[in-house]
Structure formats: C-alpha cells, structure tokens
Design a protein around this ligand. Structure first.
Ligand code: ZN
Length: 242
C-alpha cells in the first residue's frame, strides 16, 4: 500500500489527531519563509531578518523594525490553503484535537480551526506596552511609521521575537496535546528548528507521520515519512478520509 493510503487509514481509526506544522504549511499559500534562502533576505535592509526581528532590535530601533515587519510579515492577499482547510474539517468532525503551529499568520483560525496553539504568537494580536489595549493586524499594517496606542504608548506585536522565550503556558499546552494524541502528523518543517525537534519526543504512540518534501535529520524517528507537498497529501485526505 502506498504511504498516503496508510496515513488515510490511520486518520480513519484515530480520535485525537494532532498536527504540528511549520513554515511549509504557509509557503504553499504563497507566504515567504524568512528562513529560506529565497525568502525574505534582500538588499533593502542593512541587517539580517533574524536581527531585525529580535527583542533588542525592537527595543532600540522600532522604526526600522516596523519598516521590515510591515513590509515582510503582512499576509496581504494570501489565504489559507487546502491543508489549513482540511485540518479545520478534521477538527469539526472530532477527529483532530489541535493544531500546533510555528507560524504567526493566523491562517488556521481563518480556515475555521478553533484549538490552535501558536508557539511563536500571532500577527493578529498587538498590544500597547503602556495600557495593554489590543489592536488587530490591520491597525499595525495600515499605520505610518511606528504604530502608537491612543494613550501614546508603543504597540508591540504578540509575536515571539528572537531572544524572547516561548510562553511557558503555550509550551505546556503543546506538550500535553502531543502526549495525549493517538496520531501525530508533522508537516512543513525540517524539524531542525527548536522546539519542533524536542516536542516529538513527547509522543507516546506508534503513528508519528512526517510530511516534508525533503529529508530531515529526524526521519528515522518517524513511523511514516511522506516526501510530498502538503497540498497533495491533504487533497487526498479530503477525498478519502472526510
Ligand atoms: Zn495604550
């Protein structure tokens, strides 16, 4: 039997699926991954993306931080794709218990998913450092220069910047979900970025699936490795498992 058919059989017999997704989930929507070579690196900025999107850079150079942020992290006309949509359907059918994502674009919620654990935060929430008033992403992306609160305070995206720790509660949620799931599907991540690699160690079952176009250093830990695009695999899932 081919690998996608095996995955579809496993989905049919599972009740608590967890999907753990990386940048590859959103790049299939046309979003750029700023870690990839043809991603956000370009000549318009004097610093690499990892430095601009860091805590110290935000504190010391808000103007340049926001120039990059608004230019590169705006999801613009990109929309959720088939993978986001099928995951939302699996949740609605009570097959999937949660999506854990490293992405900050909010596409899973846009597609209808309710239980989404966002390890790196989200562009959709932004808060005033002074009075904690919340702002949506449109307010940020439509602002000129450094976005300001009505109280005059600076606004910070609810996004985990480089040098900042992940939220402990969010990590615990992710670990709990992975420990309790019967089928763990990892997709669109090469598993060499913290904390993806360490998280899969919490899975106790025997159905760990990795969907990634390229080989990863942790392929040997998986029960099933599918080297296909997520779009192709989830199109098949929609046809045969839903
Ligand atoms: Zn304020």
């Amino acid at each position: 039997m081919d690998k996608i058919s095996t995955l579809i059989d496993w989905i049919k017999e599972s009740k608590r699926i967890v999907f753990f997704g990386g940048a590859g989930v959103s790049t299939e929507s046309g979003l750029k991954d700023f870690r990839s070579k043809d991603g956000l690196y370009n000549e318009q900025y004097d610093y690499p993306p990892e430095e601009i999107l860091s805590h110290h850079f935000y504190v010391n150079n808000k103007e340049e931080f926001y120039r990059f942020y608004k230019d590169k992290l705006n999801t613009n006309d990109c929309k959720p794709n088939i993978t986001h949509k099928v995951l939302a359907k699996l949740e609605k059918k009570k097959k999937l218990s949660s999506v854990i994502t490293q992405n900050i674009d909010g596409f899973h919620q846009d597609a209808g998913s309710k239980n989404v654990i966002e390890l790196h935060g989200t562009i959709k929430k932004n808060y005033c450092l002074k009075c904690h008033k919340l702002y949506d992403e449109k307010y940020i992306f439509n602002s000129k220069g450094i976005p300001k609160c009505t109280c005059g305070g600076d606004i910070k995206p609810y996004v985990v910047l480089y040098e900042e720790p992940l939220d402990e509660e969010v990590i615990n949620d992710a670990i709990r979900e992975i420990s309790n799931c019967d089928l763990l599907i990892v997709g669109g991540t090469s598993l060499n970025v913290y904390p993806a690699a360490s998280f899969i160690n919490y899975y106790k079952g025997d159905k760990l699936v990795l969907i990634n176009k390229d080989k990863t250093p942790l392929d040997y830990k998986c029960d099933l490795v599918i080297n296909e695009s997520l779009g192709k695999v989830f199109t098949e899932i929609e046809k045969k498992a839903l």
